[in-house]
Design a protein around this ligand. Structure first.
Ligand code: GLN
Length: 544
């Protein structure tokens, strides 16, 4: 049977619980254990798919087409275990399912209540599909004390009893703030937070204390005393130089051995940390650096491009260079060539990422033009591929009116809405005026690559599977016109109807993809497109 590790947060949000869960899972893997991480989100949205990137950061998409919390991206990047729909649940989804059942009469007239109905649903979610695992890590979003998270804490309490004390532990991540005026770290907020959790029936086994200064022995002892845990189970967690240094840092502080101790497990052999040591070595000792301009929309909030940011870092790891990302607001460029040159000339490569809506689109099209004309490496992802096609149509195919139907009615719909396509599971359809939630082409789809294309050589394969999240597609009726303009369709859906990749063979590096390759990149396995794009940026940096 799998063992459970429940992770809660206290005092404040943004303590890096997700990163802690991901790092702990990675450390358990270095000891040969099979792990899976799950996220419980207490908010009432059914999924994060319709939440603003400004509020909630990126929507992470899984192979099986779930729109999930960005923490699932961390989980996958740190463990290499592909996340699934069944790894992320929200209160909204739980209530929706329960209310649908109630309407169908499934509860046979019983009163439907938070305990047991909601808590049972939470427990069933935690326990589903765990047969082949050694550890299931469950991270509870939010902070202990929030009204929304109460049913989740109650479910943990029950589950700990059901699986037996030796089979489930809980870790509480708290803040130990530094008060500059007193020159001291303060343990009181941690004490209060643990007391609050204990009052709900959950005594933490391990405390992870985020602090800006090293935690003195005396404070560690104090926390242990007041919070009812062994001193060794108080793990200090200082900020790390890179998120990929976090697993080694937690290991040095004894997190993984303390977790095993809490389960009563004596490790049979030391962990194999080489994967993480190699990554940190490359990150800390780069042999050069490049600047990539990302021309986007949500540039004020980098969490909105979390996976993209990480995939670029991974491309740097692959090439042993530091990647500096210049986040550029596309709206700055509308109609202003001097502004474009000022922002893009210092960049060794240009990337236009995924986006929705017309705001900033003209600036992105102008960025494509700049990259094409100046022969700067260009990577267009999803919206960035669509803009590359519109630019090609307008400037090289004699279609000045070329546009996307996403921006309103147009006579030249180079990018348009499709309502039917062949999916892996047969014909899929969506209504042109359907709901915003869950109506996109989502999840993993196969693409067939042209044998002698640039992308086939980058992937080293002529068949790939990548994750999608979009409503609009490049319209194949314009294929001939675009190809005459030098833009080659080098990847298509297996039935040949949906363009997946375009490239310009006459350009140093110009690739547009309809999918999101950043979602599958890992520090120990950088995505081939990002590795190749950064290699092109390195070449470009030697030219200028
Ligand atoms: N808005 C575009 C579409 O829906 C692109 C989406 C994206 O970049 N993820 O097709």
């Amino acid at each position: 049977m799998a063992r459970y590790i429940f992770i809660t947060g206290g005092v404040v949000s943004s303590l890096g619980k997700g990163l802690m869960a991901a790092s702990l899972a990675a450390l358990l893997q270095t000891r040969g254990y099979r792990v899976r991480i799950r996220k419980f989100d207490p908010y009432l949205n059914v999924d994060p798919g319709t939440m603003s990137p400004y509020q909630h950061g990126e929507v992470y998409v899984t192979d099986d087409g779930a729109e999930t919390d960005l923490d699932l991206g961390h989980y996958e990047r740190f463990t290499g275990v592909a996340s699934r729909q069944s790894d992320n649940i929200t209160s909204g989804r739980i209530y929706k399912t329960i209310i649908e059942r109630e309407r169908r009469g499934d509860y046979l007239g019983a009163t439907v209540q938070v305990i047991p109905h909601v808590t049972d649903a939470i427990k069933a979610f935690a326990r589903a599909e765990t047969d082949d695992l050694d550890f299931v890590l469950c991270e509870i979003g939010g902070t202990v004390g929030d009204i929304e998270s109460l049913p989740f804490i109650e479910a943990i309490r029950q589950l700990k009893n059901e699986v037996g004390r030796g089979n489930a532990i809980s870790i509480h991540v708290t803040l130990v703030p530094y008060i500059a005026a007193a020159g001291e770290l303060k343990t009181k907020p941690t004490q209060h937070s643990v007391r609050e959790l204990a009052a709900l029936g959950v005594q933490p086994d391990v405390l992870v204390c985020r602090c800006e200064h090293p935690l003195p022995e005396s404070e560690r002892a104090k926390i242990a005393l007041f919070c009812n845990v062994p001193e060794t189970a108080v793990i200090p967690a200082l900020d790390a130089k890179s998120i990929y240094a976090v697993p080694l840092q937690y290991h040095a502080e004894g997190l993984d051995s303390e977790v095993l101790r809490a389960f009563g497990i004596t490790p049979s052999s030391p962990p194999d940390l080489t994967r993480w040591e190699e990554i940190v070595e490359r990150l800390m000792h780069p042999e050069g650096e490049v600047t990539v301009g990302v021309v986007g929309k949500y540039v004020g909030l980098q969490d909105a491009y979390k996976s993209l940011n990480e995939a670029l870092v991974h491309g740097g790891i692959a090439n042993r260079v530091k990647v500096n990302i210049r986040w550029i607001d596309a709206e700055l460029f509308e109609g202003d060539d001097a502004e474009i040159a000022a922002h893009l000339e210092p960049c060794h490569a240009i990337l236009v990422p995924g986006a929705f809506g017309s705001r900033g689109a003209e600036g992105k099209i102008a960025s494509v033009r700049f990259a094409r004309e100046r022969r700067v490496p260009y990577f267009g992802i999803c919206f960035g591929m669509q803009m590359a096609c519109i630019e090609g149509a307008r400037d090289l195919a004699g279609l000045p009116q070329a546009s996307s139907t996403e921006f309103g009615p147009t006579d030249e719909p180079v990018v348009g809405l499709i309502t039917e396509w062949m999916g892996e599971r047969g014909l899929e359809t969506r209504a042109a005026n359907g709901d915003l939630g869950g109506t996109m082409r989502l999840g993993a789809y196969t693409a067939a690559l042209t044998g002698n294309s640039v992308v086939a050589s980058i992937y080293g394969s002529d068949e790939i599977s990548e994750r999608h999240r979009h409503r609009y597609e490049v319209n194949t009726s314009y294929r001939d016109a675009l190809e005459k303009g030098g833009l080659v369709f080098s990847g298509m859906s297996p039935d040949g109807t949906l363009p997946e990749i375009v490239e310009r063979p006459d350009h140093p590096w110009f690739v547009g993809v309809q999918f999101h390759p950043e979602l599958k990149s890992k520090p120990f396995d950088p995505h081939p497109l990002f590795a190749s794009f950064i290699a092109a940026a390195v070449k470009q940096s030697r030219l200028v």
